[in-house]
Design a binder for this molecule. Structure first.
Ligand code: NAD
Length: 458
């Protein structure tokens, strides 16, 4: 994409924003309804695209992508007018009579840069926030999920105001061309390396950013039924073949439970995907060869307790469990982002917490326990974007909860009202009648009486 094309796209959206139509609640609601209709009428087309890009089963695509966006839309449709009203703020006596309000304003033109792993959810959930907030949006889907990107480019303009929402397909070069345009916000989801490039480009123009990143989300196993825990871990880890930002990256299990947990994981993998997961219609594939090679290399020299088999031609890597990888293993040093689950024995929960807090803050941290003291210990001591107790990744499916990281796992949050707020300016409006001028007491020339009065009032 040339700089001129990027400029033309952003200029077109800017003209739409400036004509004022996006300020109107009815326009915003109509866009949200259009998006909802698109998801309903084109569900098959998007499911096919997701299967093509990631081997994603249709039901998985519905549960982990479409249904979450739909719930976001429904919440916004129900609450938008209330969100737009803003709120009154109490005015101190010294400024009375007067009114003070916070009235959310749209920001303008927002650029959304999305990754490939949940290419529908992570492009459209930020868009729901943008439309609700009254912004125009340029959407840059990931080139690593080209079928979904093409479906977005094809269908979105037919269901939404095409002068307010533009889809631009392409790679890093296209993202760079868009980042060089005058924007009002950049919403980026992806890895930390690119996040630094995006944030630096935005900083050049003092454009605010939301960065939704990843990290090594741990799952602590303290106590409980190994089989029940294994089911939740296997579901959270191997959905989308482990390519989920909030998947449990690794398990830190108290030592006596390690053996039974590994045995239970092995059994549940077979229960879910059969003896040969390569033949299961319910198990995804690695997005490309680069990621496939990275994951297979990470398995060299480790103790594989389940899975491990792979096929480069189909980018299949079995759901794999690894016991206690050596400290220099890439499985412990980098975000795994694939279907490999290291199970690491630790002395106790405190040791697990120390280990987590010694590294960069993850996007989520999970704990499996029935004990309220352990729950409290994890909630109060672990630094992470979100906490899940006895469940992995499910926090994403609760529309009212904010989603986002802390520290290395991201900046800013969205979903529900948090998504609306993230892409709005909370603008203060102060208004005072003129029939009486109580400010007179603060006007020069200053006198002893004014001083006494003001000190009493303020
Ligand atoms: P990716 O490679 O698809 O990159 C993301 C986007 O950045 C793409 O649209 C890509 O075109 C663009 N991009 C790449 N290089 C660029 C550059 N130099 N300048 C500007 N834009 C550029 O995705 P990825 O980074 O492989 O995604 C995986 C990571 O994302 C993991 O770390 C994962 O944890 C994280 N993630 C986070 C969330 C979340 O919501 N917090 C969700 C999904 C993934």
């Amino acid at each position: 994409m040339s700089a001129a094309t990027a400029e033309a796209v952003v200029e077109r959206l800017r003209a739409t924003f400036n004509d004022g139509r996006t300020r109107d609640a009815d326009w915003r609601l109509a866009q949200l309804r259009g998006l909802r209709r698109m998801l309903r009428e084109r569900e098959t087309e998007f499911a096919d695209a997701l299967r093509q890009d990631l081997g994603k089963p249709a039901l998985e695509a519905f549960v982990t992508e479409t249904a979450i966006v739909r719930a976001e839309i429904d919440l916004a449709l129900r609450k938008l007018r209330r969100w737009m009203r803003g709120e009154r703020v109490a005015v101190p006596l010294a400024l009375q009579p007067a009114r003070a309000r916070v009235v959310p304003q749209p920001l303008g033109v927002v650029l959304v840069i999305a990754p490939w792993n949940y290419p529908l959810l992570l492009l459209l959930a930020p868009l729901v926030g943008a439309l609700a907030a009254g912004d125009c949006a340029v959407l840059k889907p990931s080139e690593l999920a080209p079928a979904t990107a093409a479906a977005m480019a094809r269908w979105l303009p037919r269901y939404l105001d095409p002068d307010a929402v533009a889809v631009v397909e392409g790679d890093a070069g296209v993202a760079a061309a868009l980042l060089a345009q005058p924007l009002d916000h950049v919403f980026y989801t992806g890895g930390a390396r690119v996040a630094r490039i995006v944030a630096a480009a935005a900083a050049e123009r003092l454009v605010p950013v939301t960065l939704e990143l990843g990290g090594k989300s741990p799952a602590i196993v303290s106590d409980g039924d190994p089989l029940a825990i294994a089911r939740r871990l296997v579901f959270g880890k191997f959905i989308n073949a482990g390519q989920t930002c909030v998947a449990p990256d690794h398990v830190l299990v108290v030592a006596p439970l390690a053996g039974p947990l590994v045995a239970a994981l092995r059994q549940v993998i077979t229960d879910f995907f059969g003896a040969d997961p390569a033949r299961s219609a319910d198990y995804g594939r690695i997005v490309d060869e680069r990621h496939f090679d990275r994951l297979v290399q990470a398995l060299e020299g480790v103790d594989i307790a389940a899975g491990g088999d792979h096929d480069r031609a189909t980018r299949y890597l079995a759901p794999t469990v690894v016991r206690d990888p050596p400290p220099d293993s890439p499985l412990l040093r980098e975000e795994i982002f694939g279907p490999i689950l290291p199970v690491i024995a630790v002395a106790d929960v405190a040791a697990a917490i120390d280990r987590i807090n010694a590294g960069p803050a993850p996007l989520s941290a999970y704990v499996f326990t029935h004990r309220s003291d352990v729950r409290r210990q994890v909630e109060t001591q672990v630094r992470a974007g979100a906490i899940g107790i006895n469940a992995c990744a499910a926090q994403l499916a609760v529309p009212g909860l904010p989603f986002g990281g802390i520290g290395a796992s991201g900046i800013g949050r969205y979903m529900g009202k948090h998504g609306f707020d993230n892409l709005s300016q909370p603008r203060p409006v102060f208004s005072k009648p003129t029939w009486v001028d109580t400010f007179r007491v603060a006007y020069p020339p200053y006198t002893a009486l004014k001083s006494r009065l003001l000190r009493w009032l303020m």
